[in-house]
Design a protein around this ligand. Structure first.
Ligand code: C5P
Length: 402
């Protein structure tokens, strides 16, 4: 499956462009999101409208169109993808890629990316056999560009030979194989907490905090992308459910703890939720405003979910990761917290109002473990999720080899 995978599909000129449309459908059926770029050649065979209708997203065609640039620069187009697929890849586009040309949107996106690239060549058999095409393919292979096909069979103009584009389902299998190569957490079970908790004061009022859930949701999405079987226990947030993740919605800290305990046993637990430390004793009836009296709330302590999951015992996850949202002495406080809560790693971040971390898209993390501290650069929350998932995969890989 390709849940949550973002694919930039570049369709170049050739009769096989119509199969590019089928490929959009096949990739989407498997849960991928697909954005399309059509070269001028592709537009001789298919229309941007068909690509947009099938992908559910605008289809991009023009490097210099001001609207395209203001909505979605060519750099972002490539960077916001996990994989670039060129299908069909014409001899001309392969030559541009090999030569580093960037004279239209497709070739510019291909030059401006550091993401993996898969090409599905399609052309006449003489063009395929030409020394120039073969040299270009060798150059691209040496740079790590992956290739599927072409196949041998009937070609346009009543000819036959090597040059038929691989079938859409073969291309999908190649795409899945590329991602499977990265599926380092297959077979691992993960639990992630996310969002705030709401603690009722009475049936209409509650205590809450500003957590958006963006970071926890991004971590769950990244763990699933590496093949983990992931349960996300989330407090109330506006965030959409990440694809492929089992989401359990809760409201209070006690509900969150119960849902986490139900999800055990797991190999990995990441507590990213901003759990309310206290709850009120609560009342079943709405507090009434009375002239001259101000009600006082009696607070009682909530369970510490991270500390509970970190408790020794045969149900303790192999790796327990907590967060420390601090406004001062970020790393020192995180080190103390790691020991106090008995978790393995703490991701410490500065949440002073000036950082904009709460509710924002960026996060600057210091990973604290028993060995020391690793400072990460400022990253998007999505990238923090991916980096953490990679770090977790490396942890299990090292475990296996010891
Ligand atoms: O103690 P503090 O709230 O700063 O600890 C933060 C870490 O502990 C976070 O990983 C948070 O998800 C977790 N936590 C928890 N349950 C609580 C309080 C915090 O899991 N009641």
């Amino acid at each position: 499956m390709l849940h949550g995978r973002r694919i930039l599909l570049i369709i170049s000129g050739g009769i096989a462009a119509y199969k590019g449309l089928d490929l959009i459908r096949r990739l989407k059926e498997r849960g991928a999101s697909v954005r399309c770029v059509l070269t001028a050649g592709a537009q001789q065979f298919i229309t941007p409208l068909s690509a947009a209708a099938l992908s559910g997203e605008k289809a991009y065609t023009d490097l210099f169109s001001l609207t395209d640039e203001s909505e979605m620069g060519h750099l972002r187009l490539a960077q916001e993808s996990d994989l670039l697929v060129v299908a069909p890849a014409s001899a001309d586009l392969l030559a541009k890629m090999a030569g580093g040309l960037a004279d239209d949107l497709a070739s510019t996106a291909l030059l401006a990316t550091d993401k993996p690239i898969l090409v599905a060549p399609a052309m006449n058999f003489r063009m395929w056999g030409h020394a120039a095409t073969q040299a270009n393919l060798a150059t691209l292979a040496a740079r790590g560009v992956k290739r599927i096909g072409p196949n041998s069979g009937p070609l346009a103009e009543n000819e036959s030979g090597m040059g038929r584009m691989a079938e859409p389902l073969e291309i999908v299998a190649a795409v899945e194989a590329i991602f499977a190569g990265a599926a380092a957490l297959t077979g691992k079970r993960a639990l992630v907490t996310s969002g705030p908790t709401h603690e009722p004061i009475d049936p209409v009022r509650y205590i809450a905090n500003r957590s958006s859930g963006k970071q926890g949701h991004a971590i769950a999405a990244a763990l699933v992308q590496l093949g983990a079987d992931c349960t996300l226990v989330s407090g109330p947030t506006e965030e959409p459910d990440p694809p492929g993740v089992k989401v359990v919605q809760v409201t209070t800290a006690r509900e969150m703890l119960a849902a986490c305990e139900t999800a055990l046993p797991v190999d990995i637990a990441v507590c990213a939720a901003a759990v309310a430390d206290w709850r009120t004793e609560g009342t079943d009836a709405k507090l009434k405003k009375k002239e001259g009296t101000i009600p006082s709330l009696t607070l009682v302590e909530n369970p510490d979910i991270l500390a509970r999951l970190s408790q020794a015992g045969d149900r303790r996850p192999k790796l327990v990761v907590g967060f420390a949202a601090e406004t001062e002495n970020v790393v020192a406080n995180a080190q103390a917290k790691r020991v106090r809560k008995n978790c393995d790693w703490i991701l410490a971040n500065d949440v002073s109002p000036a950082t904009g971390v709460f509710g924002g898209d960026q996060n600057t993390i210091h990973l604290v473990d028993a060995q020391g501290t690793e400072d990460w650069p400022s990253l998007t929350k999505r990238d923090v999720g991916e980096r953490l998932a990679q770090r977790i995969a490396a942890f299990f890989k090292a475990e296996k080899s010891t």
